[in-house]
Structures are given as structure tokens and as C-alpha cells.
Ligand binder design. Sequence first.
Ligand SMILES: [Zn+2]
Ligand SMILES: [Zn+2]
Length: 343
Amino acid sequence: MKCPVCGEDCVQAAHEIIAMQPTIFAPCSECKGRTLNKQAPLPDQTYGLPCACGKRFIDEVFAHMYVIMVEEGVLQPTEPLIRVGTPLVHPGFAMAQPPYLPVKSLVLLSRVVTESCAKRIVSEVPEVRGVIRSSNAVPGLSDIDLDGIPDTYDLLAGCDVRANIFTTQNEKVVIYKQQSTIHIEFPRGFDPKIIEVGSRVRHVKPRMFVDACSGAGTLGIIAGLYDIPHVVLNDAWYAAAFWSAYNLQVNRENLNFEELKMFFSYDEMKRRPVVKDVQKIAETHGGSQYFEVFQGDCLQLHTVLPEHVDLTVIDLFEKKEPEKVQKVIDNWKAHVSGEVFIP
Ligand SMILES: [Zn+2]
Ligand SMILES: [Zn+2]
């Protein structure tokens, strides 16, 4: 599938990603690599090369990036290895062992990297897909009042589109996102939100399901695995709404529709990053399921919903503010039928 960020063929269908999951980060019999102390400087300013099988142990990949960062003056050779940054592997899932990385399987999040250094890392370290400069901010929409424009990180080189694999009771979903625009979550193998959506859906048996703050679409798409005839996903933040729609296409083989129609490109949506008025950005055609994706304020979503809704999930970012959360729930119940829950 064509990637909306780099324009290349860097996105794969869910079934292809799931098929490679058992072996993608496993070493071959020839693979070797040092386990390095992350709290200490790189001992000798050298790094191991990838194995003939094309993979390299993650610590050697970090050693390679460290050497480049020292050469570029971004790091001092006395700084600990951990200062290189945070690795986000692609695809992400709960792992028992540190990975042996194949080509283009790592997005680096670094607070110290410069643009020229990022470009060198992407061109010289084959395992790296993209390099992002991070900050203290959390990317994406984090306030339910929709005040201001959310923070994003800077993609300095390569492509930062990557996927996570989430496991439900029976099936798996693959959720892509552009990492610099949406907050970081990592599958832990046991995700209480996913379990709860599954058990609510099995209990209520909805014909109409709403994921009102969908993020990249995880919960709405998981609900969609249960053959619900009509599913609505919505998010006010352009990147979340876009990836919700895109991820329907990624997981199409496990959902029942024939075609996804997108009404806007990623770049078009980027020009109006947060919208309050609800606007449809994608819908499906054919098959026994109908999915609609909207961009807008979840408190205005009722203006486009059918009269009868059976079940709504509202996955608010700021659950620490119980008064705000209660206001959202009360407002929702005043306008929309059916059960509503916060996972
Ligand atoms: Zn890409
Ligand atoms: Zn090998």
C-alpha cells in the first residue's frame, strides 16, 4: 500500500505483518551480537555489522548510531549509550527477547539528534526506517477542550510510519500510525482496553457501534471484528482520523466490506489539523459491514449519527480529570441512545 508520508510502498496488509510476526526478530544460527550496558559509554567506539541473513542485534544497531552521533558531535564519547534515544520497532508487539533487527524495522526517537545526523543515520544504518526529534511534549490531541493545536515531533529523515500488532481474544489487528503525530503506545500482550471492548461487544451485541475518540482506530476496528453491521470512528485530530480510515483498509481481510473510499488526502487533512464541526473523511462500500470515519469534536458527533446507537466507547486521553470526563459522558447520554463506556 502506498504510504501517505514517504509515498513509497512501506505499508503492508495486516495478514502479511501477522504472518511474519513469529520470525521477524528471531536470529539465524549465525547471528551474534554484544549485549551492551546502556548506562555506560560505548566501550570501544566500534559496532558489529549485520549478519549474512540481513539481521543485526539491536545493541549493535545502537552502537552504530552512537558512533555516528559522536562523529557528528551530537554526543560526547563519554555519554551513556542510552542517550542515543528510544527505539520503536516495526512491527511492535510484546516480545520476550530483545530483537535482531532486519532492514527498515526501527524508528529512532531522539532528543539530541540534528537533521544532518538523522540523514546520515537513515542512509548508513540499514535497520533504521526514520529518525524523529522528540521533546517533553506528547504528540497528538491531549485535551478534550480542543484548545490550540496539538504538539507533534519532527520527522528529520526517512519515514516514521510504523505498525503495532494488538492481540484480542481470537484475532489480531495491525494499527499503523505516523509516529511523530500520535502519542506512543506499545502493545503489552495483555491490553485491558482491548479485552473490555471485546467483552462489552459480546454482551451488548450492538448493530451500531461508535468509537468516539478513535486515535489511530484500534478499538473501533477491534469492535469491527465482531461483524457489527455499522461502525463509526471519529477523532478531532487529523492524523488520528486519517489513520483510523487507513487502518480499516490495512485490516480489510478481517472485516466485511469491499472498498474504502477516502474523501481527503493526508496533506489536505493536515491543513485543518483540528476541527470541531464534524466532517466525514471516509466510508466503506459493499459487504455486510458499513464503516464511516469522521473528523470532528466528539461532542458534536451526535449531529451525524443515526437515531439508534447501541454501544459507544469514549477513550479519553485525560482520564485524570474526572469532572471533565463526567461532563463528556453526560453530554453524550443527552444526545445519543444506547450504552456508553470509558475503557
Ligand atoms: Zn512511509
Ligand atoms: Zn543471522
